[in-house]
Structures are given as structure tokens and as C-alpha cells.
Design a protein around this ligand. Structure first.
Ligand code: WA2
Length: 281
């Protein structure tokens, strides 16, 4: 009888964990599709029309009005690909200098007001943010290639043509770890079998979304009223020997966790949800 209860408890944990993992994965997938659609929108109305029919005001209003379509995201932004040869012209046109992302100092991160940031040092190319949803307006004018995680994402997004994810890192102006999803925007129609070189050449910019994982996953799990029963952790397990916590705190051991797989659509990244009962039987 005792064994029977144990087995049923295990089954219940597995069901609860799988249900939560599926919900998180589905919501992530929904928002990923909408971020992709935003990249197409920018391609069509900013790079495809002369003159462009998108400016910061249009982008800000449109992304704010459609924010409900992108669950779990804290904001979306568009960064332009600017080679060094066009930096002067770009800065004159926009009336501001391209800024360096400041991540060394905690206090500077807190008030990363563009006016206070240093100009980006000379590089072959830059990715300054030109449009942003109101919620991430603090990243306008910052060179996204000057941040390690954003830089890697940009290179991978434009060479692959796929949506790509960073590992978890501390987002600007946030106390939480999050991830960034990036889609490249191209200025020519590429064949589905285009080479990475052709893709890099045709790149016009980068549409990105930031996910504040702790607060947004919390909101999601609250809807399920299970917080009294189970403890949920989400990990980036890309490097199996060094998992990175994306959600939840390290908990006192109350038995082995049930592990549900999470697929966030980037085959280079692996994620898992670990669930435990709060109380021993
Ligand atoms: N967006 C919001 N907060 C951030 C951040 C970011 N990146 N990086 C660090 N904190 C415009 O991939 C292009 C968004 C980057 C896109």
C-alpha cells in the first residue's frame, strides 16, 4: 500500500511538472512567432519602403499595442547593422553617438541613461538600437555588439536566419537574469538555402526581444495555484556539467526532482524544468 501511494505521488509530480513545462514552452513559442513577425514587419515597412514608413513613434505604439501577443517578453527593440565606414553619417543623421553597453559596474547598470554612457570604441561594425518598445527605451542608441551575449546572438542570428537565444545573463536595468531572442532582418529576399556568407552580406539589422524570466515565469506559475505544493526550477543545461539557473532558488533537498524537458526552439540551447514536492510524504 505504501508503495502504491509513493508511485501515485511520483505520477502526480510528473504530471504537474510536464503540464507546467508545456505551458511555459507554448507561451515562449507563441511569443517567438510574434517576434519573428515583427522582424518581417520591419523588413517590409522600414527597409522595403522608400522612404521608410516606420519611425520610433510608430514602432513604440505598435509594439506596445501588440505586447499581449508576446507573453513572457519584457520588451522588443530593433538594432541596425552599421559598418564603421558609415558611423559618422549614421550619427549625424540620428543626432546622437553610438553608445557602449556598460556591464562592469552594478550602479552604472542601474542608471544606464544613454546620455551618461560612453561612446562605443572603434569597431569594424556596430548594432545601435534605433527603435524600442517603451519598456526597453533605455537601450536606444546602445551598440548591442558591445555586450558579450548580445554580440554572440547577433552573429548566430544573421548567419543562420533562425531565431536564436542567449544563455541567461543579467539584463540591463533589471535585477533578474533573462535571455534575449534575436532574429536577423535582411534587405534582400534570400533563398531558404542561402549560405551564411550571403546571409551576413544581406543583413540590415536585428530584431530582439528580452525575457525577464523570473518575474514572467512567476506570473505564469501563479495562474496554476500550485506554489504551495511544488517547487519549480528552470535551468539552461546547454553545458550539462554547469547548468545555469534561470528560475527559482536552490531549494532544501526534498527528494529527487522530476525533470521535464523544455524546447525553446533554439537547437543550440538546452533547457530543463525540475519539480519537487515542498514536503516529504
Ligand atoms: N534588450 C533588453 N535588455 C537588454 C538587452 C537587450 N537586447 N541586452 C542586455 N539587456 C535589439 O538582438 C538585438 C536586445 C538586442 C536586440
Amino acid at each position: 500500500l505504501n508503495e502504491d501511494i509513493k508511485l501515485r505521488r511520483k505520477e502526480m509530480l510528473a504530471n504537474m511538472c510536464d503540464e507546467r513545462a508545456r505551458m511555459l514552452q507554448d507561451q515562449f513559442n507563441v511569443s517567438m512567432n510574434h517576434v519573428h513577425a515583427l522582424a518581417v514587419l520591419v523588413s517590409t515597412f522600414h527597409h522595403g519602403k522608400h522612404p521608410s514608413t516606420i519611425d520610433q513613434k510608430t514602432f513604440g505604439e505598435y509594439t506596445e499595442m501588440t505586447a499581449f501577443e508576446r507573453p513572457l517578453t519584457s520588451g522588443v527593440a530593433y538594432a541596425l547593422k552599421v559598418p564603421h565606414s558609415l558611423r559618422d553619417q549614421f550619427e549625424k543623421e540620428h543626432g546622437w553617438t553610438i553608445k557602449k553597453m556598460e556591464t562592469e559596474n552594478e550602479t552604472l547598470v542601474q542608471d544606464c541613461i544613454p546620455e551618461k554612457l560612453d561612446p562605443a570604441p572603434i569597431q569594424d561594425e556596430y548594432a545601435p538600437v534605433i527603435f524600442a518598445q517603451e519598456t526597453v527605451s533605455h537601450i536606444v542608441s546602445i551598440d548591442m555588439m558591445s555586450g558579450k551575449e548580445d554580440h554572440e546572438n547577433i552573429l548566430r542570428a544573421r548567419a543562420s536566419g533562425k531565431g536564436v537565444l542567449t544563455s541567461p545573463f543579467k539584463l540591463l536595468k533589471s535585477n533578474h537574469v533573462g535571455v534575449v531572442l534575436t532574429f536577423a532582418v535582411y534587405n534582400t529576399d534570400l533563398r531558404p538555402d542561402a549560405t551564411p556568407e550571403q546571409r551576413i552580406e544581406a543583413t540590415a539589422g536585428y530584431l530582439g526581444a528580452s525575457y525577464d524570466v523570473p518575474s514572467l515565469v512567476d506570473k505564469l506559475l501563479h495562474q496554476l495555484a500550485s506554489k504551495q505544493t511544488i517547487v519549480v526550477n528552470v535551468y539552461d543545461t546547454t553545458n550539462a556539467s554547469a547548468p545555469i539557473t534561470m528560475y527559482g532558488t536552490d531549494v532544501a533537498d526534498t527528494g529527487l526532482p522530476f525533470i521535464s524537458n523544455l524546447d525553446f526552439g533554439d537547437p543550440l540551447r538546452k533547457h530543463e524544468m525540475h519539480c519537487r514536492f515542498k514536503q516529504k510524504p
